[in-house]
Design a protein around this ligand. Sequence first.
Ligand code: HPA
Length: 275
Amino acid sequence: MSELVALHTIRQRAPLARPRIAVVLGSGWSDLTDHVQEAVCIPYTELDGFPKATVAGHSGMLWVGQIGANQVAVMSGRKHGYETGEVDAMKTPLRVLQRLGCAILVQTNAAGSLRTDMPPQSLMVLSDHINMSQRSPLVGEGGSERFVSMVDAYDPALRAHARHIALQRGITLHEGVYAWAFGPQFETPAEIRMFKQLGADAVGMSTVPETILARHAGLRVLALSLITNMGAGLSTEQLSHAHTLAQAQSVRGVASGLLADIIGQIELPLEMPEP
Ligand code: HPA
């Protein structure tokens, strides 16, 4: 049972750690680890059932430590559906972190914008998502819990908290709907026009499977996007992974600083309705 083996390894390496907040860092967000104090770093290769990250910019390391008032377990590097076709690669890591005591999952990603008022280098908190692929990491699960509600999947109280911290810091934080495109190819301009018409504000290739897994496990979710480009056809820029990483480069410090404040000032337990 790889969950228990990985849990044992983390408890051995960080015996005093009692993290309540799990964090998944996507492209452009890895500087958050600069804010983790008293950090114990464990490579995924030492953690049974954790993915071997393969995408440039995702290092594959678990950081257990403190950010502000809260103990955290930060996953630097995630596995994407487009790497293998499987969408449940984060199932074991998230269940391990839940067993470790995490009650909240904070996710980050890089995304393309569908809105002209949200240009590259903007930040967006997710209000909801559209699962374009209709793939689920819960396929094969038993029990009635698998029919998990996705209403308020992105916790309203955590979103309000994020907006409050951004306002305090004078940082514009957009709010919008994230469409999960399976990838790895970027979208066609026609697809981008369709996503827009369906009500999406941003598009990316991650996050949604983890949100589904987290809601199934009873974790409350907050997710932030760093906008790295306009969606295909909405600008003349050429889309490439290198380009999205380069765009992320110039705002990563601001984004990670904001995220550290958001995470560090979450007050636990939060007064929120039961999922
Ligand atoms: N599309 C999909 N995923 C992305 C994009 C995009 O335009 N930008 C960053 N991740």
